[in-house]
Design a protein around this ligand. Structure first.
Ligand code: G6P
Length: 590
């Protein structure tokens, strides 16, 4: 969602700000803007639309000393030029960009209006700008003003703030991501490291409820009126590579990185003879009476496999959608362990769950792709996925990494070494799907006109079907659902019309015959059936097969099939594959 880029120093601010926004635009947005300070004056440009539109309306300026920029994903107020960030206070003393949601903005706005403030936008952010101005004029000190505003605002914020008469660039942060970058030509700030990667070699994680300022050569971090020490982090270049190489889309590149990502997981957590997980993590899982997974979207679907893996270990386990659990938490288990799965580590609903878990003093393991993210930092234990930056909005390689990580943890808990052999076979099976992707492209061409599509499976395949349907709806805009084979007769079969595509996933000999029966029932009601089986279960009428792997890992291979299918349907329809409408990569508001 919203992306922030800012900095103070001696750099080409035009290319840093606009280039930086481009690296963040994968998060999803509907308007963009920037402000820069030159010759002591603040210049502001903003527009609804793309960063390219912002580029077109921004003059070719040089010699700016500081700047802030933003991509906005509308929450309060429609996407419009006026509602785009940066926002400014009534007397233009403050310009700022904001990521997050001010929950008490109505009450604050009413109070500010009573004090004579007028508002020009429908946003919650303008409230922060006017509050900061009011406090700054009153207290005559930017730090005191920010400190006061932090106590007044309820909700989440990461803000980059320019006071029109001050040479420093200020910031404040709660819950929403913000990182400070230190470079030789200046100091910078952004929602993540990627925009700053070319300029900085050292980063500072901004603490919750802290604030501060940067100049070209200095930085100050504050909390509750006291200066605090920085928490430095190093970001490796490969975690931040923002380059699609020869691929036409990031999604295709990321699907095809699947095998490499799984190999990298083995490299990081297996030394050739045994797993190298922190023994405390393994103990924590073994000792828990109930393993509770929390996640959203694709990560939630990965967690459903985690639940099955924990059942294999003989544990009670369940998974909840974080946006539900955050409002209806359930702490009934005697000795629970929470496993939080998040590619970005910044999903607001999951952060809310983690806060509740931590407030109750309960252990939690974060499985995330983002070192230093909020969920990573606040977990009892954190496990990194090492999948590399995932840019396409539709998650692909991160799902493969999440499920593999869960399988590896399960093997480590049960001390079975054959788990690694199975994972190596998984890599080969994914490579085989990659080599035969053209066959999937041909299948996809048959589905481009579909209004609805269904994925069905039994056992682990029913979990894969959930993720396949999510992928298809996300990027092809075809209404896609998934069902466990046996459930079809209890309702969904009523939806089948002549020509409705139904994709049957058949990977497990235990339920293969039953699923094939279900598919026949649908075929006789007019559905176009596509059977995706495995080498050993292949029937010559099937449409595609994947190589044999253990059923508990077959879901990953079937999902890779689903990722390709969705990609090619979207490609055939000429849709914006990497940035589907209305979606954001990182959902940083609840
Ligand atoms: C958004 C993304 C999905 C992702 C979900 C959870 O909806 O578009 O691809 O699965 O958020 O994100 P997380 O970063 O917590 O895994």
């Amino acid at each position: 969602m919203c992306g922030i880029v800012g900095g103070a120093g001696k750099v080409d601010f035009r290319s840093y700000l606009i280039g930086g926004l481009k690296t963040l635009d994968y998060r999803g947005y509907d308007s963009a803007g920037l402000a820069y300070r030159k010759d002591g004056k603040v210049n502001l440009f903003k527009t609804v639309g793309k960063v390219e539109d912002l580029d077109n309306i921004t003059p070719k300026f040089t010699d700016a000393t500081m700047g802030i920029a933003h991509t906005r994903w509308a929450t309060h107020g429609e996407p419009s030029d006026t509602n785009a960030h940066p926002h400014f206070s009534m007397h233009r003393k403050v310009y700022l960009v904001h990521n997050g949601v001010v929950e008490n903005f109505r009450a604050l706005r009413t109070k500010l209006k009573f004090n004579g403030y007028e508002f020009v936008t429908q946003t919650d952010t303008e409230v922060i700008a006017n509050l900061l101005e009011e406090q700054y004029l009153l207290l005559k000190d930017p730090f005191k003003a920010i400190e006061k505003v932090i106590t007044m605002v309820e909700g989440s914020f990461a803000c980059a703030i320019m006071f029109s008469d001050l040479p420093e660039l200020y910031f404040m942060k709660r819950q929403s991501p913000l990182l400070i970058g230190l470079g030789k030509d200046g100091n910078f700030m952004a929602s993540d490291a990627v925009p700053m990667m070319k300029l900085c070699d050292k980063f500072i994680e901004v603490e919750e409820d802290s604030y501060g300022c940067i100049t070209q050569n200095t930085y100050v971090l504050m909390k509750n009126g006291q200066e605090i020490q920085p928490n430095f982090v190093v970001r490796k270049a490969e975690e931040c590579t923002f380059d699609k190489g020869d691929y036409p889309h990031f999604m295709l590149k990321e699907i095809e990185e699947g095998p490499k990502v799984i190999k990298r997981l083995l490299d990081n957590y297996y030394d050739g003879t045994s797993f190298t997980f922190d023994p405390k993590i393994i103990e924590c899982i073994k000792e828990a009476d109930d393993v509770v997974f929390l996640a959203c979207g694709t990560s939630y679907y990965a967690s459903l496999l985690g639940v099955e893996f924990m059942h294999y270990l003989g544990k009670r386990s369940e998974s909840y959608i974080a946006s539900e659990w955050a409002y209806y938490p359930n702490l009934t288990a005697k000795n629970p362990l929470f496993i939080l799965i998040s590619q970005s580590g910044e999903t607001a609903d999951l952060i809310a769950c983690q806060k509740y878990i931590n407030d109750n003093g309960l252990p939690n393991i974060a499985i995330t792709n983002t070192r230093g993210s909020t969920i990573y930092r606040n977990a009892t234990f954190a496990l990194l996925l090492y999948a590399g930056l995932e840019v396409a909005v539709a998650a692909t390689k991160s799902y493969n990494a999440q499920v593999t990580m869960l399988a590896m943890l399960t093997s480590a808990c049960s001390s079975t070494e054959h788990g690694v052999r199975n994972i190596r076979k998984l890599i080969e099976a994914i490579e085989d799907v990659i080599n035969r992707k053209d066959e999937i492209h041909e299948l996809a061409k048959k589905m481009t006109q579909a209004k609805d599509a269904f994925f069905v499976g039994r056992g682990y395949d029913s979990l894969a079907a959930l993720e396949c349907a999510l992928k298809l709806k996300e990027i092809s805009y075809i209404h896609a659902e998934s069902y466990a084979g046996g459930e079809l007769k209890h309702g969904p079969i009523a939806l089948i019309e002549k020509g409705t595509p139904v994709i049957g996933l058949v990977s497990d000999s235990i339920s293969a015959a039953a699923l094939r029966n279900n598919l026949e029932e649908l075929r006789s009601r007019g559905a176009d059936i596509y059977v995706i089986s495995t080498e050993s279960l292949f029937d010559k009428k099937d449409d595609f097969y994947t190589k044999d792997v253990k059923p508990y890992l077959a879901a990953v291979v079937k999902v890779v099939f689903g990722q390709y299918l969705s990609y090619y349907v979207s490609l055939e329809k000429g849709l914006p594959i990497d940035k589907p409408r209305n979606l954001a990569k990182s959902v940083t508001v609840q």
